[in-house]
Design a protein around this ligand. Structure first.
Ligand SMILES: Cc1ncc(COP(=O)(O)O)c(C=O)c1O
Length: 368
């Protein structure tokens, strides 16, 4: 009899639950025989506006270089980031999306006999990355859906090497103010790497955009991660980065693949940093769209979790059923039962017309 090949992998790998991505438009079109153009996807916190003009030009120009390996050190992008954020280039780690950078933290600092701490309802990659390294997960109950940073600090034990903090968090959209994060950093032992995941930073109102980067000087155990997938519109090209103490960045760089960010992504991201108008427009329209979704949900008598990202989790009740009904109407959102939120659906803020289509489909799906 054939052996169970699955048994060949360590038990901590076998017990990993696969990541559930948003349903692709093409898949729903195939399943329901719908036209792709008629489908609205608000399931993966992407930027519905596409990309800015400089980014597009840089991508087009980069086609000429695709036969060559990318610059494994990402010099130009690092230089642009260093200038933008006032850090040295040695403090930057580039990744195939910020997801890759999160994995690099786990690879560099976690392993059997070690633990990572994160909040209930926190971004799914933290449990995945922690578990894939054979490390123990310490899951701290959330407080009104938000990270309970006091409880997280208390939960740190002598085996804890990484604390994962999403700010804002996905899928709850909850946010901790700068003072709270600073207080957390002061409490956490220096031996614990604090990952401050700021994937949605560009969507914060200026008063909430704390100067987390300046904390790096005082807290060498801080790793800030950001991405080009959201406000910059580059989710499909995959590029993100970490800012960290150069020693921490060096360790992370040792475990990454030599060419983990492709040449088109590098060129696009460097140019995207100059597409300031595009990012400003994305920010402003996201705030309007968020209001549209919040008001629409309230009109339907539904609660939602106030969100600082480009998405909002709405409490619809029988979420699995409503999700299916929305699909039949050509609207893809994200069920979040896997985040212990079985009554919510997470909806990405789309263009005004997409939000409208979603709200109409939601109203009809609640009536069915
Ligand atoms: C909180 C958070 N961090 C990180 C990521 C990873 O994004 P990417 O790998 O596209 O940079 C996401 C994606 O949705 C996210 O929500």
């Amino acid at each position: 009899m054939l052996m169970d090949l699955c048994e060949l992998s360590p038990s901590y790998v076998r017990s990993i639950a696969p990541y559930q991505p948003g349903k692709p438009i093409s898949e729903l079109a195939r399943e329901l025989g719908l036209k792709e153009e008629g489908i609205v996807k608000l399931a993966s916190n992407e930027n519905p506006r596409g990309i800015g003009p400089r980014t597009r030009a840089a991508i087009e120009a980069s086609i000429a270089e695709v036969a060559r390996y990318p610059d494994g050190n990402g010099f130009e992008l690092k230089q642009a980031l260093a200038k933008r954020y006032g850090v040295e280039m040695g403090a930057i780690v580039l990744g195939n999306g910020s997801n890759d950078v999160l994995e690099l933290v786990a690879l560099a600092f976690l392993g059997p006999g070690r633990a990572g701490v994160y909040s209930q309802h926190a971004f799914a990659v933290y449990p995945l990355a922690t578990q894939a390294r054979g490390a123990r997960s310490i899951v701290v109950p959330a407080k009104a859906y938000a990270h309970d940073l006091d409880a997280m600090a208390k939960a740190i034990d002598e085996e804890t090497y990484v604390a994962w903090v999403a700010n804002p968090n996905n899928p709850t959209g909850t946010f901790a103010r700068g003072e709270e994060i600073e207080a957390f950093l002061r409490r956490v032992p220096e031996r614990v790497i604090v990952v401050l995941d700021e994937a949605y930073n560009e969507y914060l109102t200026p008063d909430l955009r704390a100067h987390s980067i300046k904390w790096l000087k005082r807290h060498p155990n801080l790793v800030i991660t950001r991405t080009f997938s959201k406000a910059y519109g580059l989710a499909g090209l995959r590029v993100g980065y970490a800012l960290a103490h150069p020693t921490v960045a060096d360790v992370m760089n040792r475990v990454r693949q030599p060419f983990n960010v492709n040449s088109m992504a590098l060129a696009a991201a460097a140019a995207a940093l100059d597409d300031m108008e595009f990012v400003a427009k994305s920010y402003a329209e996201n705030l309007q769209g968020m209001r549209q979704l919040e008001e629409g949900a309230a009109k339907l008598g539904l609660d939602y979790i106030a969100s600082r990202g480009n998405f909002v989790s709405i409490r619809v009740g029988r979420a699995a059923e409503i999700y299916k009904r929305l699909l039949r109407r050509g609207v893809i959102v994200r069920p979040v039962a896997g985040y212990e939120m079985p009554e919510h659906l997470r909806v990405t803020v789309g263009l005004a017309s997409e939000n409208e289509k979603f709200l109409a489909a939601l109203a009809a799906s609640l009536r069915d």
